[in-house]
Structure formats: C-alpha cells, structure tokens
Design a protein around this ligand. Sequence first.
Ligand SMILES: *Cc1c(COP(=O)(O)O)cnc(C)c1O
Length: 362
Amino acid sequence: MARNLIAQVDLAAIVHNYRVAKAQAQHSKAVAIIKADAYGHGAVAVATALDSEVDAFGVAAIEEALELREAGIQRPILLLEGFFEASELPLIHQHRFWSSLHSLEQLAVLEAYLQRYPDVHGLHIWLKIDSGMHRLGVNPVHIPEMLKRLQALKGVESIVVMSHFACADEPHRPDTLRQLEVLGASLQGLDIPRSFSNSAGVMHWPSAHHQWLRPGIMLYGASPFAEAHPVADQLKPGMTLSTEIIAIREVPAGDAVGYGASWTATTPTRIATLAVGYADGYSRHAPSGTPVWLNGRRAAIAGRVSMDMITIDLTGHDDAVVRDKVELWGANLSVNEIAACCNTIPYTLLSGLTRRVKRHYI
Ligand SMILES: *Cc1c(COP(=O)(O)O)cnc(C)c1O
C-alpha cells in the first residue's frame, strides 16, 4: 500500500460504548447518533455493527438517512433537523424516517401535506423545544397549541418531545438545571415521551434521562467533558489514527523546521517526517509539543503542521527508523488530549477526517 495513513475503527469498542450509554439509564431507549458519517467513523459500518441492539439511529438530515437505507439498515432513523422542504415528506413516509419538527413553519408544511394526502399515516414526529439554547426548537409557549394540532393529524402515529442542552458538558454550571426546569414546567401533566440527553446528559445528568437518550460522541469513546469523568473512564476509543515515518534527518542546533520556521533546534536533533497533515483532517492548530505515540512512548510535534506532513522531534527515540508506525490518537493517546492541545474538541477532529484517510474496520 502507498500512503499508510489509516483510521482503524474498532466496531466492538463502539458497541461496548453504546452499552455503557444504555447502562446509565436502564429504562431508557436510545437513539445512537451517527450523523456526519458517524463522527468520521463511517456511518454504514457503525450502523451495521450497532443494528442488532440500538432502538434507533439519529442523523442530521435526510441525505444521511437515505445512505443508511440504501445500505440495508432497517431500524428507525431520526432526522435531527427534520425536513427542510415539503418534497422530503414522501421520502420520510416511504422510508419510515422519524422527523424532528422544530418550527411552526414545518408544522404548517406537514399539515398541508397530510391534507393533500389523507391516506398517509404512521409518521413519527419529535417535537423539538427550545428550552434555553436558542438554536433550534419551538418556544415553550407554543407547545400546547402545536401538540393539539399534531394530535389532530391522523397521519401522525407518535409524538416525542425533545430538547437539547447548551452546557451539559460543564457539570458545575447551573444552565442544564435551568433548562430542565423550563422543560418540567412546560411539559407538566403531559404524558408524552421525552428526549433531552446528548452524551453529556447521559453521562452526568440522570434527571434528564427520561424515555429516550441521544448519545453521540461517547459512542466513539471520546468524552464530552474537558475534565476527567468516571463514565468516560469506561469508554473505549473507537478509532486509532496512525501513520508512519517517511523520512528522518539530522537538524543542526540553531536551524528551524517547517513553514514559518516556527520551531528551532536548540541542540543537534533528529527530526522525523510523518505522512499526515491538515488536508487529512489533522488539525493545523496542533502546536509544537503536541504528543504522538511512537514505539511505546511519546514523541512531540516540532514545527507547523503542513498540508500532507508533520514533523516530530526524535529526542529519546534513537531507535526510530523510516517506516516506523506512529499513532496520532486512539488506543494510547486520547483524542480528547489531542483536541485540548489544538484548542478544540474531539468532535471536530473526528468528524474532520477527510476522504484521504483510509478506514480499516476491526
Ligand atoms: C449531535 C446531537 C446529539 C449528540 O450529541 P453528543 O454530544 O455527540 O452526544 C444529540 N442530539 C442532537 C439534537 C444532536 O444534534
């Protein structure tokens, strides 16, 4: 094989992580969130691995859902952003997709469609409520009216109310409890299944569990929290990204390495060049000092990340040779740690991997 940059995806680890999610709330069902190509892990492969045990899958939009149906996935699939235009409704019906409904405009489109096609039935609607994040969802004051209108539609078979947290990944902030209060008050007395919890909600906020969980990032073995968390300790990394050394050179003291000459050798230093760069999705914001894993211990990036390559300092790695394998994140280096070095979150690193990275499944 030519360029040996490989994202090895551990499907058994993802299944294990799904079970960890379910174990937090034994009486809840779960929508396994596999949007954005399962956060870069490959949606079809992940869905196939989880298919026999999940209650449903969740994706952002219908394009992603159709890809799963075409691959033979038969489970319910929830469209987290619902439909964008009326022309999607026949497909939603035909493929038995579940749709979020987050605005009065969408409700009007749905009503018009069902009026025109009175034989359509069996639709599953997740009414999304804006409980304080102010991104998507209906203002709680509209809930009674919207529920009444939805319940009057013969085509609608079931309704779930959903909401999303802005700060559930920050356990010490009061915002999540405030959102839960808004939801509790707005839904008081209503006997309708509820879904509020992303991974952070699943892992840390039992009062948010209710009937349906929506774990995403935790399925891939990354933590939504910046700090250590006991549930995060039970997760297994879903991906190990690795490449190999393609060149080694000796850089004299005082010479600099890479674009912008941003890193300078203070003593004569062996530098290895690795086949991975920002065009693969490795963050250009990874500074000098960001760890990689080489021959059972750490080494550090030296110099800027370029499009196809990075350079590392081989100090303490006298045994390293061209073609040695180097892990960028995964089994030995958590993607959370690498994300922190890059001043970003594991979500962006995982979902940002490009087509050029080969996926291998174990
Ligand atoms: C992406 C998403 C999730 C999953 O979030 P994680 O933080 O990855 O667990 C859950 N619900 C909605 C509405 C989402 O958009």
